[in-house]
Ligand binder design. Structure first.
Ligand code: G6P
Length: 610
């Protein structure tokens, strides 16, 4: 969703602002803009669409100034247009904002009575007018901003510059992240540390409710009742060099290829490489040891990670599980049993529905465990226990390496919980932890062995209108994830089904134009069941793409049009590996169609609105 950057420097900041905005593009946006202070006056440049449009406008009419703010906007209130693009400004202040001001209509009516003239359809514009109103009453910029913040309801991160204040940025964090960056006689504010990676690794993450005044000399942070407060400054692991696309054409492909190493890093954080012993923080195991029920929550890909893990928690650890989509769960408000555990999966740690589901579970006295990729996120801060996936920054909007590290982490957690609950013997535990330890090498092998085949198949099917994916057991959530990946990046309509469910309706869609992806490892306990489903569809002319192993291929090759045969993998770890061919398929179909793979239309990486 929206991205924010603010910079105070000694040189002209527009090129730095645009560079920062490029690093915020991954969040998803549909317009962008910057504002600077030049000779004490606010100057703005905004454009609808991609940053290239903003760059073209800046090339024709460059902005100057050593203080400035920038924004990428994902439209919520008011359509995506240049006029609605941030920064929003009056003659006294320019503002960028991420989040939603819930009481903007009431504030707007009040301000209109004071003769403020509104020019946009956004909720953000009320902030600019409120601050201006307080400035006109004679308040200092920091006080005027505070007085405005106090009136705002909803979630927001805001940064502003003021006419005549060449050495000041004011920011606030309320529910939506904002980070302060420390440079060499330069200071920054941004939505995330990734945006600042080439400029500085010295970062301070503001806490909820914090307000901050930045000058070139440093940052003064205050709580929302105006008490000075010190927040820790940390050195992030990110740097400009480690966060580029490298030799890859897209971040999505780079991130698919990174999976061998990031799954390895994640496993190494939980499994002793010498003994195979799985170590999970005792607090997480305590939470699961006696829980009568485990509730798992996520959105999008993270939800499918939870759906996958349900099989492990139920079958290996013997824990009754519920899995739900955060936006449904939070409003359904199911009663939860005392002593229960609730587990949240989120790459960003900022997804609003997941956060609200977590808050609901806390009120229901559940022990909360979160699996998060981005450090210092809001969900992390509010959870009782956090397990980190070590995927590193994921920039492609379609999640790939975050998903495989999530399910890897969940597999480790399920294994350790099974031991804690006395549901698994030492021998079986060793077998399953060995299976996990083999995954990184198997991923590398799988990529080397199948990428070319998947690319060729993608070139043959990319013009189809619809596609179906099926699987059973652990491969059913992978069918769902495969279809989601395809929809996201190629805009082809796709659905995933439990293989046994297809004949209860969707089979009516099957004809010779409909590719049907069947996920069926030959050594899966349910292989024969899926094989029957495959044959039912082959008999009706379906164009089948079978993803299987050598034995499965041998058994079914006469019934399928395309096949991708993987090396044998342990059924326990099959979802971690079998998702990779469907990621590649979505990627290469999207490339063949020529879509914007890393930033598909309408999507946002972290969804901070309901
Ligand atoms: C958005 C992203 C998806 C992601 C989902 C949940 O819709 O586009 O890729 O799976 O949010 O995000 P989270 O950060 O909570 O995992």
């Amino acid at each position: 969703m929206c991205g924010i950057i603010g910079i105070l420097a000694e040189k002209d900041v527009p090129p730095l602002l645009v560079e920062g905005l490029k690093r915020l593009e991954y969040r998803g946006y549909d317009s962008a803009g910057i504002a600077t202070l030049h000779d004490g006056k606010i100057a703005r440049c905004r454009a609808e669409g991609k940053l290239a449009n903003l760059e073209q406008k800046l090339a024709k009419a460059p902005l100057r100034g050593n203080a400035g703010i920038g924004h990428t906007r994902w439209a919520t209130h008011g359509r995506a247009s240049e006029n609605n693009a941030h920064p929003h400004a009056t003659d006294r202040v320019a503002v960028v904002h991420n989040g939603i001001i819930e009481n903007y209509a009431e504030l707007k009516a009040e301000l209109e009575k004071l003769q403020c003239r509104f020019e946009t359809d956004t909720d953000t514009e009320v902030i600019a007018h409120l601050v201006t109103h307080h400035l006109k009453q004679g308040m200092q910029p920091g006080d005027a901003a505070n007085a405005a913040f106090a009136r705002l309801q909803g979630a927001f991160a805001v940064v502003m510059i003021f006419t005549g204040e060449q050495n000041l940025l004011v920011g606030a964090r309320q529910g939506t992240p904002l980070a302060v960056g420390y440079g060499d006689r330069e200071m920054y504010l941004a939505s995330d540390s990734y945006a600042l990676a080439p400029l500085t690794r010295k970062i301070c993450f503001l806490e909820d409710g914090d307000r901050v005044h930045i000058t070139r000399e440093g940052a003064s942070i205050y709580t929302n009742d105006n008490k000075p407060v010190v927040r820790p400054v940390r050195i992030t692991a990110q740097s400009g060099a480690t966060t580029g696309k490298g030799a890859y054409r897209h971040f999505m492909l780079k991130e698919i290829h990174e999976q061998a190493s990031v799954i390895g890093d994640t496993l190494n954080s939980f499994i002793n490489p010498a003994t195979g012993h799985v170590s999970i923080p005792e607090s997480a195991l305590e939470a699961l040891a006696n829980a009568p029920r485990l509730t798992m929550i996520g959105c999008g890909t993270a939800y499918y990670a939870a759906l996958t893990a349900r099989y492990w928690f139920e079958q290996i650890a013997g824990i009754p599980c519920d899995v739900d989509i955060a936006s449904e769960f939070r409003y359904r408000q199911p009663p939860l049993s005392a002593g229960g555990a609730a587990l949240f999966v989120s790459q960003s740690g900022e997804t609003l529905d997941t956060l609200e589901a977590l808050r609901y579970c806390k009120k229901q006295k559940q022990k909360t465990i979160s699996i998060i990729n981005t450090v210092e996120s809001t969900i992390e801060r509010e959870s009782d226990i956090v397990l980190h996936t070590l995927a590193g920054p994921e920039i492609g909007v379609a999640s790939t390496k975050a998903f495989t590290t999530q399910i890897t982490t969940l597999a480790c957690l399920a294994l350790a919980a099974a031991r804690k609950r006395g549901k698994i013997g030492a021998e079986k535990e060793q077998e399953l932890s060995d299976a996990l330890r083999h995954v990184p090498a198997q991923v590398a092998e799988l990529l080397a062995g199948t990428e070319g085949a998947v690319e060729s198949i993608a070139r043959e099917i990319f013009e189809c209108r619809d596609m179906l994916y099926i699987g059973r057991g652990l491969l059913y959530p992978i069918a769902l994830e495969g279809s989601l990946k395809l929809k996201e990046v190629s805009y082809i309509h796709a659905e995933g089904y439990a293989a046994g469910e297809l004949k209860h309706g969707p089979i009516a869609l099957i004809d010779e134009n409909m590719p049907l992806v069947v996920l069926a490892p030959g050594n899966d306990p349910l292989f024969e069941k899926t094989a029957s489903n495959l044959q039912e569809n082959a008999a009706r002319g379906a164009k089948i793409l079978l993803i299987t192993d050598k034995a499965g291929h041998e058994r079914l090759k006469d019934h399928v049009k395309y096949a991708v045969a993987l090396n044998d993998v342990h059924p326990f770890t099959a979802p971690i590996l079998y998702v990779i061919p469907v990621q590649l398929l979505a990627y290469y179909v999207a490339v063949a169609k020529g879509t914007d793979v890393d930033m598909p239309r309408n999507l946002a990486k972290a969804v901070t609105v309901e």
